[in-house]
Design a protein around this ligand. Structure first.
Ligand SMILES: Cc1cc2nc3c(=O)[nH]c(=O)nc-3n(C[C@H](O)[C@H](O)[C@H](O)COP(=O)(O)O)c2cc1C
Length: 224
C-alpha cells in the first residue's frame, strides 16, 4: 500500500497531531510491513499561494503551455503526483481559527486542479465538476484547544475544518474517510488527558482495521 502523510501543524516536537500520526502509521506499518510512506510536511514547508499566472497556466490546455507555464505548475505537478500514487492519505492537522491552517489550504489549492483531479463539463448540467480519482482512503487526525466540534457537539457549527476537508476530499479520490480528534488541549485538564488517550486508542483500532482489510483484500485477490 502507498501511504501519503501530510503534516500541517506549525509545531514540531510539541505537536499532538504529529505524535498521533506517527502512532497511527507505526500501527499501520506493523500490519502492512511492505507499505511505502511518502511525507509532505506543509507545516514546515508550506506550498506557495495561488497566483494569477498559476491559474492561467492550469487552465491552458497542456499542449499550448509555455515553458514559463510549466515552471509555474511544477510544484502542483509534484503534489498531485504524490496524491495520485497514494492508496491512503493521512492528514494530520490542527484546528486554527476554526478552520484549516493556511498551509494546508495552500496544499489543497495546488492539488485540486482541472484535468488532473477533476473534469469540468457543462454538458453534465448543474453538476459540471466530477472527480477523476477514486478508491482512496483518507484518515483525518485533528487536535483542537476547545471541544465539541463533532456533529452532536456544542461547537459543531464552528467546525470549518473537518467538514471542509470532507467536501474537498472527493477531489483527492477519497471514498472512505476516518476521523480521529484530540480535544481540550487549551484546558490541559483530565478531559484533555482522556481525549488524548481515546484518540491514541482509536488510532490503534483504525490502523489495525485498515491493515486487516488490506490484507483480506490481497488474500482474496490471490485466490481469484
Ligand atoms: C494559531 C492558532 C489558532 C488556533 N485556533 C484554535 C481554534 O480556533 N479553536 C480551537 O479549539 N483551538 C485552536 N487552537 C488550538 C490548537 O488547535 C491546538 O493547540 C492543537 O493541539 C494544535 O495542534 P498541534 O498540537 O498538532 O500543534 C489554535 C492554536 C493556534 C496556534
Amino acid at each position: 500500500m502507498n501511504i501519503l502523510r501530510i503534516d500541517a501543524s506549525a509545531r514540531l516536537e510539541r505537536s499532538l497531531t504529529r505524535k498521533l500520526a506517527t502512532h497511527f502509521l507505526e500501527t499501520l506499518l506493523a500490519g502492512t510491513p511492505d507499505s511505502e510512506v511518502a511525507k509532505r510536511d506543509v507545516g514546515v514547508t508550506p506550498p506557495d499561494f495561488l497566483t494569477e499566472a498559476w491559474i492561467a497556466a492550469a487552465f491552458t490546455p497542456e499542449k499550448q503551455r509555455t515553458e514559463q507555464d510549466r515552471r509555474v505548475l511544477a510544484e502542483s505537478d509534484q503534489l498531485i503526483a504524490e496524491v495520485k500514487a497514494a492508496d491512503l492519505i493521512l492528514i494530520a492537522t490542527p484546528l486554527y481559527n476554526y478552520g484549516m491552517p493556511a498551509s494546508l489550504k495552500a496544499w489543497f489549492d495546488k492539488v485540486v486542479r482541472i484535468g488532473q483531479t477533476f473534469s469540468f463539463d457543462l454538458s453534465r448540467g448543474d453538476v459540471p465538476i466530477e472527480p477523476t480519482l477514486s478508491g482512496k482512503t483518507l484518515v483525518i487526525l485533528t487536535s483542537s484547544g476547545e471541544f465539541g466540534f463533532e456533529p452532536s457537539g456544542i461547537r459543531h457549527a464552528d467546525d470549518h475544518l473537518v467538514p471542509h476537508i470532507q467536501t474537498v476530499a472527493k477531489y483527492l479520490g477519497a471514498e472512505t474517510v476516518e476521523i480521529i480528534r484530540i480535544e481540550y488541549q487549551e484546558f490541559g485538564d483530565q478531559r484533555h488527558d482522556h481525549s488524548v488517550e481515546r484518540a491514541f486508542q482509536n488510532a490503534t483500532t483504525c490502523a489495525q482495521k485498515l491493515a486487516r482489510s488490506l490484507n483480506t483484500h490481497r488474500a482474496h485477490k490471490l485466490h481469484l
